[in-house]
Design a protein around this ligand. Sequence first.
Ligand SMILES: N[C@@H](CCC(=O)N[C@@H](CSC=O)C(=O)NCC(=O)O)C(=O)O
Length: 281
Amino acid sequence: MLEILSEHRCFNGIQAYYRHDSEAIGLPMRFSVFHPPAERKEMVPVLFYLAGLTCTEETFMIKAGAQRYAAEHGIMLVSCDTSPRGTGIEGADKDWDFGHGAGFYLDATQAPWSRHFRMETYVTQELRRIIIDEFNVEESCMGIFGHSMGGHGALTLALRHPDKFCSVSAFAPIAAPVRAPWGQKAFGNYLGSDQAAWKEHDASELMKHRSTPFPKGILIDQGLGDKFLAEQLLPEEFEQACIEAKQPLTLRRHEGYDHGYYFIASFIEDHLKFHKENLRG
Ligand SMILES: N[C@@H](CCC(=O)N[C@@H](CSC=O)C(=O)NCC(=O)O)C(=O)O
């Protein structure tokens, strides 16, 4: 059962927060939805947003300023928490870049994480199904985007589930996690030591083996003042993989912008327009 935690009128739509007992995760999960005004009259397209390390289902809705454009374009925005919470797993609260708040949008295969850390199944199956069953949305074509760890999630989930997502973009994604310290730490713990398994969750590796799953292109924005760019994000790896796979990619590099939500807010309108065109085109 879906519990409404709060509802707020916003740009003539509704910003809502929900909680439910998740089957995939085995614990309660929270998510947020911006319901655009158009949903009252017609089925609307859905755009999932995956947030980064340390974030929750609130972060994007509070900080990105996306609702104005989602209302204008008639797009529903959905954002979930970044991991299971309250798992009781020893060490899950120890580091900000691993464990709670750092689910990496995959299904862990290694104990003790594999019991609850099943964010790929949660997003692509359970949450998607709830959105379809509960709200007035178009099922056929959904979009996904995200930031940093969530940008990695958006790219990998779109590449792994092209039947579910027909439009994808990212802000400062962890674009080659097998080569980045954040990714290596998460994948080593969640997936074990077999690096072949890691590559199944690495956007750049996945792209090398796909033949243009997104013919209308992929949009990525990256700030050049981002302190994580050189060590953790590596967009050039994904750019090269897209060239090899003949995947159209618009990778925009922005002088002076850092990793935070001021950067995201500066370009959010472009992402909603990009998805609007892909979702309805
Ligand atoms: N606590 C960390 C910083 C954590 C951080 O920057 N998180 C980013 C995502 S990083 C990759 O996934 C974020 O989105 N934070 C939320 C925000 O409101 O900015 C540190 O000490 O550096």
